[in-house]
Design a protein around this ligand. Sequence first.
Ligand SMILES: *[C@@H]1O[C@H](CO)[C@@H](O)[C@H](O)[C@H]1NC(C)=O
Ligand SMILES: *[C@@H]1O[C@H](CO)[C@@H](O)[C@H](O)[C@H]1NC(C)=O
Ligand SMILES: *[C@@H]1O[C@H](CO)[C@@H](O)[C@H](O)[C@H]1NC(C)=O
Ligand SMILES: *[C@@H]1O[C@H](CO)[C@@H](O)[C@H](O)[C@H]1NC(C)=O
Ligand SMILES: *[C@@H]1O[C@H](CO)[C@@H](O)[C@H](O)[C@H]1NC(C)=O
Ligand SMILES: *[C@@H]1O[C@H](CO)[C@@H](O)[C@H](O)[C@H]1NC(C)=O
Length: 763
Amino acid sequence: MGASSNWSWYAALLCLFSLGAEVLCDCTDRGIQIQGGNFTLTKGFKRDSVIIYRCNDGYYPYPAVTRICLPNGSWKPAPKRFSPQKCKLVECPDPNVLENGNVSPPEVQYFVGNETSYECYSGYTLRGSSKRICLPNGKWSGSTPICSRDSGFACPDPGVPPGASRAGNMFGIDDKVTYSCNGELFLVGSKERVCLENGQWTGTEPACYYKHTFDTPREVAESFGGAIKSTLTTTQSLNDTQEGRKIRISKDGTLNIYIGVDISESIEKDDFEKARDAVITLIKKIASFSVSPNYEIVFFSSEIYRVVNILDFFNAKVELNTVIEDLEKFEIGDKNTGTDLNLVFKTFENQMAFIKRQAGDEGFKAHRHVLILFTDGAYNMGGSPQPTVARIKNTVYMNHTVENQVGARDDFLDIYIFAIGNDIFDDDLQPLTVGTGGDHYFRMSKIVELKETFDLIIDESEVVGMCGLHRDYDTTGDKESTKKMFPWLAFIINKGQKAKTCIGSLVSPDFVLTAAHCFTFGDLPENIVVEIEDGLGSSEKKVKTFTLHPQYNITAKVKEGVTEFYDYDLAIIRLKESVQISDSVRPICIPCTQETSEALNLVGESTCRQQEQVLLKSYREQLGFLTRKHPLVAEKTVFAKLGENRDLCIKKALAAPGITTQDERVPVTDNFLCTGGRVGYRDHIACTGDSGGAVFKNFNQRTIQIGVVSWGTQALCGSTGGLVESNDESRDFHINLFRMIPFLSKNLGDDNQDYTPLTFLKN
Ligand SMILES: *[C@@H]1O[C@H](CO)[C@@H](O)[C@H](O)[C@H]1NC(C)=O
Ligand SMILES: *[C@@H]1O[C@H](CO)[C@@H](O)[C@H](O)[C@H]1NC(C)=O
Ligand SMILES: *[C@@H]1O[C@H](CO)[C@@H](O)[C@H](O)[C@H]1NC(C)=O
Ligand SMILES: *[C@@H]1O[C@H](CO)[C@@H](O)[C@H](O)[C@H]1NC(C)=O
Ligand SMILES: *[C@@H]1O[C@H](CO)[C@@H](O)[C@H](O)[C@H]1NC(C)=O
Ligand SMILES: *[C@@H]1O[C@H](CO)[C@@H](O)[C@H](O)[C@H]1NC(C)=O
């Protein structure tokens, strides 16, 4: 992308005669430079190329945000000599619309960084923020200040957002207020609000946006995340902290999600991959909520590129992993120019009609539909999608169109628009949103922020009970970011007779799993601390009890030629006080629990065996475990050798020091997983300090612990540890948790104790 400067020289001279003698010229670089910023060209100086201007944070391009090269070689809009292109300081909408109060300082314009404070006249009280700062995205921090006094109305004074005017000063039941924005500002949110009997206003507070006003990923995550979660749930709030909030759609309901991504010229080329990654993140996020929606996923320009067909979900069972793989594989070759936004709505409408025919009118009533569109809204063919959207509403509402009416079906259809781009066509896009409860229109400047947005959605305390939920990429490379990737990580510090540190894994707010060999005979709970930074008091958590597996006996096979025997090398630590769960402190999932079945999307009555089949399905199964490394830990990658590969792997145990038996099955019982070596892939190898850590596997957005790091045949690490690779001979052995269920269930699943138990499967 971008123009090399050498050919812009003669670009001005290049005009071609086309058929019909119309002169076709390239555009020139005259007057397109920007002061204080830079720009890119989508197709150099050729016809249809778009200049996209960029400025630093807190500034925006002015007077144009983009320019397009017309066939006759001129830019639209044309550069103006007297108004050179520059980066202007971001402005916030006028806060001097406050009624019954004062704004200070009173100014004509407010720019990024400007602070304001608000005071009410006597007799009025202030709701909202008393101080606000103009932020780089063109919005004021905090919430709209409102000066009101008790007037006996049913609804509270709804206030006037900055830059807006409100019509309507009566706030009784059925009274209506309407908003408009002043000057060049435009309105986002509810233009009209009605006071309901319950004392609430319909809709959401509107806001006035400039063309340079954008929503931040956090704002969108809160708003869209809240809305999509309420769609995904029956909002069944169990008072059970272990289960957190149960999230599933009503039993016989079906959720259909239609996703359309604009890949026309107007969205830049490398943005396609970012948009695709964001869609994958969103789908994985939704999967983490134990719901299995049906998906229709298309990319579009002037035609539709279908990646996932929703009808396949009705004909056969489609695995979520296949959907993600299809998305990952999807590449866009030469695509047609032009954008037909209507076509994508028509495509969704057709699919809906198919579903309706298949389900029948009665069956279709239980179907919910969520349409999610990513576009800048610039369409140049196919006409306005508004009539299509109206027909979609009719189809889903089944002609019950009166909103707010009892039994209305407006819960069954949501259309969310993510308006993304440099030059957004808000007037065309906003009317296409449909749905109740919160915002459906989001305005973002960069596609790259989408993935972050969808990731933020899970970072809410509502889903604290869900085991294994984590962030699967590193944002900043610092300790905080690493913790979010491995929120179950704990360090065990044994200050007893033999000082030792191990790694452990949080499996519930009260319990940590580690290896039995991290303890020495005679150790007391007060000798042990568990390091978990949950923000509650010291990060060194006190230990109430620790329990070694009763069959762990390191000297049990000395006579058989095994100096140190590590079978059942497993211990459970009970903390004195529960840790506080958050997005950086959260339990890992462990085998044979109901929580893990949900994480694996196993529906109905599932079994332990099914979980094992999902998690350890191939003869070389990729797993991970952690090692200490600056700034906190790093992940080691290994392959568990299973099935016919296992025999060769465990044979190497005979070379370990202290083993004189000729039968490798004496030291390596069926309770061990074997990793290491360099056949096919050079595995990492465990270091001393890695002992007790979780051997885990990620499934969608969840982490499931399969084993515990126990022992190895060679010491390859030296004192520093870290990401050390295996040689041909070196092997590690990990306790397989699938073989430890009676012990785990006895100590973690007992509901007669004073802790919240995990739910172990019956079979
Ligand atoms: C162009 O601007 C963007 C955003 O301000 C910046 O990241 C980039 O480094 C700039 N490139 C050049 C060549 O100035
Ligand atoms: C090029 O075409 C546009 C629109 O068709 C027109 O407004 C403009 O004046 C033309 N420019 C020149 C230099 O002919
Ligand atoms: C508001 O910000 C502008 C730009 O930074 C600055 O010039 C001006 O002095 C600020 N006004 C106040 C009242 O702080
Ligand atoms: C949960 O707790 C709240 C208050 O503690 C109580 O009002 C509510 O009925 C409880 N809900 C359930 C489902 O037990
Ligand atoms: C909805 O109304 C349209 C036109 O008025 C009609 O053709 C259609 O059959 C109606 N649908 C239902 C489900 O009543
Ligand atoms: C461990 O095994 C050895 C050998 O069988 C036995 O003598 C010893 O009592 C066992 N220790 C425990 C604590 O069971």
